[in-house]
Design a protein around this ligand. Structure first.
Ligand SMILES: Cc1cc2nc3c(=O)[nH]c(=O)nc-3n(C[C@H](O)[C@H](O)[C@H](O)COP(=O)(O)OP(=O)(O)OC[C@H]3O[C@@H](n4cnc5c(N)ncnc54)[C@H](O)[C@@H]3O)c2cc1C
Length: 519
């Protein structure tokens, strides 16, 4: 068995004859001998010509190639329940893993199902109405549902990524995600996949409870945990659930969960995160730069990413959405946060990305009185300041070069951000340490990393502040339980153990496996 690499021009597929000939050559086989092959990876290389680079595993016919099979889901109708708080990637993939382990997931989700959620996100974008339980972060499928659906992660050590990708394909994602180096699904396809995951969980005996916001967790004398939840429906009283194990996967925007921990005196830790702006360029400019002027309409919208250091802190691009749209991802009235998403075709006129600066607890001595919630309070203050400037979900915005020169933008280019943008002294609205580093970083990126990036055709909009959780819920590294509360598994991005769809899904799987191993 060997791995080989083949290339072909973008827009062409490798033919079976080409692969067979290369396999025969690599294996030293005779021209008529049968060979097996399996495509492992496909990436775009635009360094000289624009080509696909394929990694292919090849073997003689007598050797079989390793294949991945999704473990079977069991009927868990009468199995031991495990409460899963949150139906984001961490909660969904934890639940699927619980089915495989013969345990019954009982999912409590503060938001609404994916169809009703679409209505709420539309109201948010068009009318500025924020439903605090159903928005771009909260609701079925979590923050990943209306996203770009990028599926890459650097965290291959966290678990078997194949489990996540193969399950996504089994629920309707395009099989190309198994092959592409930078796979993505898109906001038009994700809701259907999320719905199919729910159907699978219910069919196998699991439960979903929507409009079920967890407000308290308490320990009982018999070792069980009691979870209290509230509904936003008028007149609905509290509901109570009990189980020995609870997976808490509420995401980085569930500030009320951190407040609950504080109230109860349960341990939390302040955690560094990153904050900055959303940057929007014309996609045509990014295509031109990244494909070195060789872009053709059949090629995928070009991506970029960069990391640089400015004045001792990382400045980096975050969650880049080629051919994407900017959306308001506020979770409460009076705050303004932007994020990016895209459809599967990635065919809008814009390329957007967060460009953010790392913020560490020691950078904010003035917030130290808030203890573990110091960075969360800082994040909240910046989001409120942005909202107060425009008094609505319109985003304060400045052209890139104007921002760096600290001069006002007289007018703004068109933007994909539906609520709209308002010319503003964005530099002065951002915390000084963040604004200064961004000002130094943009020309540097344009000069050294992405030629053409530093331009006044690029628009900066405030604020990108939900890059990861500013709080960690500490857990035992071996059992994954909270350091004080046995049976409680802080999980996913909100607990501070993942960032992005795939790594959150992997963390969910890891928590479910720990629970199963103790049965
Ligand atoms: C617009 C947007 C685009 C994004 N694009 C990408 C991308 O392309 N690729 C990528 O990898 N990542 C992307 N992300 C980030 C990604 O979505 C998150 O990293 C991921 O969803 C985190 O998974 P999670 O399950 O830990 O938490 P979440 O997805 O945040 O899920 C938490 C869930 O818990 C629920 N919840 C919260 N509080 C309570 C409560 N008290 N009671 C009951 N339920 C509660 C919420 O409603 C939510 O459903 C994007 C995020 C956004 C907002």
């Amino acid at each position: 068995m060997k791995e080989i690499e083949l290339t072909c021009k973008l827009g062409k597929e490798l033919s079976e004859d080409e692969i067979r000939a290369a396999a025969i050559k690599a294996l030293g086989a005779s021209p008529r001998e049968k060979v097996n092959w399996c495509l492992l990876r496909r990436s775009i290389d635009a360094r000289t010509d624009v080509i696909y680079r394929y990694r292919i595993q090849v073997a003689r016919a007598s050797e079989s190639l390793p294949q991945y099979h999704i473990p079977e889901y069991k009927d868990v109708s009468s199995a031991e329940p495990v409460i899963v708080v949150g139906s984001g990637p961490a909660g969904m993939f934890a639940s699927l893993r619980l089915l495989m382990e013969g345990l019954k997931p009982v999912i409590l989700e503060r938001g609404r199902d994916v169809h009703k959620r679409k209505v709420d996100t539309a109201l948010l974008s068009t009318k500025g109405i924020v439903n605090p339980d159903s928005n771009y972060c909260f609701g079925e499928g979590g923050a990943g549902t209306f996203s770009d659906g990028k599926l890459y992660t650097r965290s291959s050590k966290r678990g078997d990524i194949r489990e996540v990708l193969h399950q996504l394909v089994s629920f309707g994602a395009d099989p190309s995600i198994l092959l592409d180096a930078h796979p993505h699904i898109g906001s038009d396809r994700l809701p259907v996949i999320v719905e199919k995951i729910r159907e699978c969980i219910i069919q196998h005996g699991g439960e979903y409870h929507f409009d079920c916001r967890v407000t308290d967790i308490s320990t009982l004398s018999d070792g069980n945990l009691r979870v209290s939840a509230e509904s936003s429906l008028p007149g609905a009283g509290p509901t109570f659930f009990e189980a020995r194990n609870v997976i808490l996967a509420t995401g980085h925007s569930a500030r009320d969960i951190y407040e609950m921990f504080t109230r109860k005196g349960w341990e939390l830790q302040a955690k560094g995160f990153a904050l900055g702006v959303r940057v929007e360029h014309p996609q045509s400019l990014i295509n031109k730069v990244r494909y070195h002027g060789k872009y053709q309409p059949f090629m995928p919208a070009a991506e970029y990413s960069f990391v640089t250091q400015v004045e001792g802190r990382g400045v980096f691009s975050f969650c880049m959405c080629p051919g994407g749209l900017l959306v308001p991802s506020s979770t409460a009235p009076g705050e303004l946060v932007l994020n990016g998403m895209s459809n599967s075709g990635r065919n809008s006129k814009w390329a957007n990305s967060g460009v953010v600066v790392s913020v560490e607890p020691e950078d904010l001595p003035e917030y130290s009185q808030h203890g573990p919630l110091a960075l969360l309070r800082f994040q909240q203050d910046v989001e409120r300041k942005m909202f107060e400037y425009t008094g609505s979900l319109k985003a304060p915005a400045q052209r890139m070069m104007d921002f760096c020169r600290r001069v006002p933008s007289e007018n703004l280019p068109a933007t994909s951000y539906h609520p709209g943008a308002v010319p503003a002294p964005l530099y002065d609205l951002l915390p000084e340490n963040v604004a200064l580093r961004l000002k130094l970083a943009f020309p540097q990126v344009g000069n050294k990393l992405i030629k053409g990036y530093y331009t006044n055709d690029a628009l900066l909009l405030g604020v990108e502040s939900r890059t990861s959780s500013p709080v960690r819920i500490p857990r035992d590294p071996d059992t994954l339980e909270h350091v004080r509360v046995p049976g409680l598994y802080p999980c996913g991005e909100g607990a501070g153990y993942s960032g992005g769809i795939v790594s959150s899904a992997l963390d969910g799987i890891a928590c479910a496996q720990k629970i199963a191993a103790r049965q």
